[in-house]
Design a protein around this ligand. Structure first.
Ligand code: ADE
Length: 264
């Protein structure tokens, strides 16, 4: 798959693209990422990318022309003819729909995505309405720009691509894994039944040593009884979800034993 990132800070992505799993995915060709400096698409001496909002108000907006010209240079199918299951142009902004693991799975199945990083107080809305088929936020907080959000999305999507993680099941047996049903699901749905975790947060894990400065690993994990390990993990996942994300319990697939544990 190919990701194009439009930004006024292309340097932000340098070390990100040279690190860890992303670096490997880029070098093996599973993913291509191209950053584009919006200032390269300006026509004035000062390489101006922003302007004041009509109607007054605080701050500056990214103006449409450099973004429209950059998108035109990428050969993306214009709306409304774009097949958004193959190509998607996404504006990153705090006003977008919230990016979740199901959205990541949808994007991982897309051949080409373009991420437009907003800056300053925002972006001229015509960028959104005329160029973008999605507007995404990575959470209910305001960043100084969309670069971190673009990095979050690229990082989340790359690990879902075939062959990127050593163990092909790794991305399934985790909190917020892909939905395991065959039924079509809107990608903005609340995470529900998942492989392994059933819509719960992951259970806690431990590695050696079994005693670290007096803090013991739960003995059930070192005793070799796989049935008891599975029961312990389920209970621990339920407890953690109840403590940290009780909102997930309403959508999780819980059996009778789970419900009994929750009411203990
Ligand atoms: N730009 C500023 N805040 C953002 C957020 N929460 N998500 C995506 N882009 C943003």
């Amino acid at each position: 798959m190919r990701i194009d990132i439009l930004t006024i800070f292309p340097g932000f992505f340098t070390s990100f693209l040279e690190t860890g799993i992303l670096r490997r995915a880029l070098s093996t060709g599973v993913m291509e990422i191209h950053t584009h400096d919006l200032r390269d698409f300006t026509h004035d001496r000062h390489r101006t990318v922003d302007d004041r909002p009509f109607g007054g108000g605080e701050g500056m907006l990214l103006k449409p022309q450099p973004i429209f010209d950059c998108i035109a240079s990428l050969g993306i199918t214009p709306l409304p003819h774009r097949d958004t299951t193959r190509e998607s142009v996404i504006l990153l902004s705090p006003q977008g729909r919230v990016f979740t693991q199901p959205v990541a799975h949808t994007l991982a199945a897309t051949e080409r995505i373009v991420l437009i990083c907003g800056r300053y107080e925002g972006v001229d809305e015509r960028v959104n309405t005329l160029l973008c088929d999605r507007e995404l936020s990575i959470g209910d907080y305001v960043l100084t720009g969309g670069e971190l959000a673009a990095a979050v999305i690229a990082d989340t999507v790359v690990r879902l691509l075939p062959g990127v993680l050593g163990n092909p099941d790794s991305s399934l047996h985790e909190s917020f894994g892909a939905d395991d049903s065959q039924a079509p699901q809107a990608d903005d749905a609340v995470p529900r039944a998942t492989h392994g975790s059933g819509g719960l947060l992951d259970y806690p894990q431990y590695t050696r040593p079994a005693d670290y400065q007096g803090a013991q690993v739960p003995p059930v994990l070192t005793d070799g009884n796989h049935v008891l390990v599975r029961q312990w993990r389920r209970r621990a996942a339920l407890e953690k979800t109840l403590r940290n994300r009780p909102d997930l319990l309403a959508k999780a697939s819980l059996n009778k034993a789970d419900r009994k544990l929750l009411h203990e």
